[in-house]
Design a protein around this ligand. Structure first.
Ligand code: ZN
Length: 152
């Protein structure tokens, strides 16, 4: 396992639509393990494969002591609206207020190709949606309704 370099806004790879995973092999596992190492090294709630330069529909979410590995995630239902602030490891220097659904249902596959369903609400849902946006080349900065400059 190894820490990988995180691409920053301005890198064209962050703007690509990622390809679905069709082979659940050791290469995929290595990518997920490296992404996990990278996230743990820098700290954060999630990381998407394009942020380490891999244009695959893979992201990880760590929320409330839970670790999720999402392969080919699909939003199957969403409802409500809420505004909260978010940031991104690929967008250093500022955060922003973003409107997102309050409640979501996501279907995804794990690293072994087994299908899962996850319901999420509030900030938990926000983290899923933020990471899934990365897979379509979308950054929170594209959607923010107010920019918040970090003090530090
Ligand atoms: Zn991000």
């Amino acid at each position: 396992m190894a820490k990988r370099n995180i691409l920053k806004m301005g890198d064209p790879l962050l703007r690509k639509v990622c390809k679905p995973v069709d082979t659940f092999d050791v290469k995929l596992w290595r990518l997920i393990d490296d992404m996990t190492d990278t996230l743990h090294a820098v700290g954060g709630l999630g990381l998407a494969a394009p942020q380490v330069g891999m244009l695959k529909r893979v992201c990880i979410v760590e929320y409330d002591d839970q670790h999720f590995e999402l392969v080919n995630p699909v939003l199957v239902h969403s409802s409500g609206k809420c505004v909260d602030n978010e940031g991104c490891l690929s967008v250093p220097g500022f955060r922003g207020l973003v409107e997102r659904p309050e409640s979501i249902d996501v279907e995804y596959f794990d690293r072994f190709g087994k299908k899962h369903h996850q319901h999420a609400e509030g900030y938990f849902a926000r983290v899923f949606l933020h990471e899934m946006d990365h897979l379509d080349g979308i950054l929170f900065a594209d959607k923010m309704i107010k920019k918040i400059i970090d003090d530090d």
